[in-house]
Design a protein around this ligand. Structure first.
Ligand code: PMP
Length: 361
């Protein structure tokens, strides 16, 4: 029998075991169709049904209002870094961006190719270890939109509140915390997320866009980069990432079966607290992020002595815990604990961290 490890990867990340099992069971013959989902026409009634169910389940899980379109696209969050300014600048002079770390930086850089970008708040003064309070944002009421990164996957900084930007559309990169807690979609103009953390396989990108923001790109962009193209074609302008949509659909079903986003939030708080509560008791490990802004999804930490990093990772691996190495830009460790990470995985990690610190401290 095969043993599954606890996979702390930041993405592509662990998926619920029950989902993988179901996909395995259905691999050769989906529901008596005699084919794998991978082999189906995206315009056939079987796959159209899979896609429609996935959208309906996502709408239910996030309580997405009727005046929002849901798109299943490709190109990752990185393509959205460009599609957002292309589509949402709408001839207005500038957009406002909040700078919270590596991913905000990439969004800002991409947008600068298409218009003026005002960085209205930045956490650079403290090495991106906090989420700037809304009161400090220097918002422009004529901005085309306001962009922020709900969870910095590398820095481990998360917004535990939703900004209020009045009539200016709020645009959010939710790549690494979508579906981890309830959010009020009506406060946003656009939400986007790569699937490979909390949703499913890489190759699928979710966009949730308020319908009045569709179709105003100017000058008219290439068809593939125009939200209107994909809205009009219901995400079937070209071949969508069919298998990724199918797995995402299974994950949505799994979420519904397990209490939805409210239950996920409770479990994610409990998991994150196991780690942060332990970190508070020791100076062997360190997380630099301000307490109120610590991510429930990605927990970066450094060891007192970086020379012990390799040994820590080796010991973790021998105990069935993988992908704990921190991002190359910050070093140290990072435990990504998305929805699919069971409590037992975090308990095993904390037990190992204690043991290692006792040995080496
Ligand atoms: N934004 C955030 C917050 C991310 O974590 C990532 C990927 N790690 C990206 C954007 C880029 O996503 P993609 O690789 O899907 O383009």
């Amino acid at each position: 029998i095969m043993a599954r490890i606890f996979n702390f990867s930041a993405g592509p990340a662990a998926l619920p075991e029950a989902v993988l099992q179901q996909a395995a069971d259905e691999m050769l013959d989906w529901h008596g169709s005699g084919t794998s989902v991978m082999e189906m026409s995206h315009r056939g009634k079987e796959f159209m049904g899979i896609a429609a169910q996935a959208e309906a389940d996502l709408r239910e899980l996030m309580a997405i209002p009727a005046n929002y379109k849901v798109l299943f696209l490709q190109g990752g969050a990185s393509a959205q870094f460009e599609m957002i300014p292309i589509n949402l600048l709408r001839g207005k002079g500038a957009a406002d961006y909040v700078h919270t770390g590596e991913w905000a930086k990439k969004a800002i850089k991409a947008a600068k190719a298409f218009g003026n970008v005002n960085v209205v708040a930045s956490a650079e003064d403290k090495a991106f270890t906090y989420a700037p309070a809304q009161a400090s944002w220097k918002l422009d009421k004529n901005a085309a939109y306001v962009h922020y990164t709900a969870n910095e996957t590398i820095g481990g900084v998360e917004f535990h509140w939703t900004p209020d930007t009045g009539d200016v559309p709020l645009v959010c990169d939710m790549s690494s915390n979508i579906l981890s807690k309830p959010v009020d979609v009506s406060k946003f103009g656009l939400i986007y997320a790569g699937a490979q953390k909390n949703i499913g396989p890489a190759g699928l990108t979710i966009v949730i866009i308020r319908d009045d923001l569709v179709g105003h790109a100017q000058p008219t962009p290439p068809a593939m980069l125009d939200y209107k193209t994909h809205v009009d074609a219901e995400s079937m302008y070209n071949t969508p990432p069919t298998y990724a949509i199918y797995i995402a659909g299974l994950v949505f079903q799994w979420l519904k079966k397990n209490g939805g986003v409210a239950a996920m939030e409770r479990q994610n708080i409990a998991k994150a607290n196991l780690l942060y509560d332990y970190l508070a008791t020791t100076d062997f490990y360190r997380n630099p992020v301000r307490k109120e802004d610590r991510s429930r999804m990605n927990v970066p930490f450094t060891l007192k002595d970086a020379a012990l990093d390799e040994e820590f990772l080796k010991g973790a691996k021998s105990r069935g815990m993988a992908q704990l190495k921190g991002h190359r830009s910050v070093g140290g460790m990072r435990a990504s604990i998305y929805n699919a990470m069971p409590v037992a995985g975090v308990e095993a990690l904390v037990a190992y961290m204690k043991e290692f610190a006792a040995q080496k401290g």
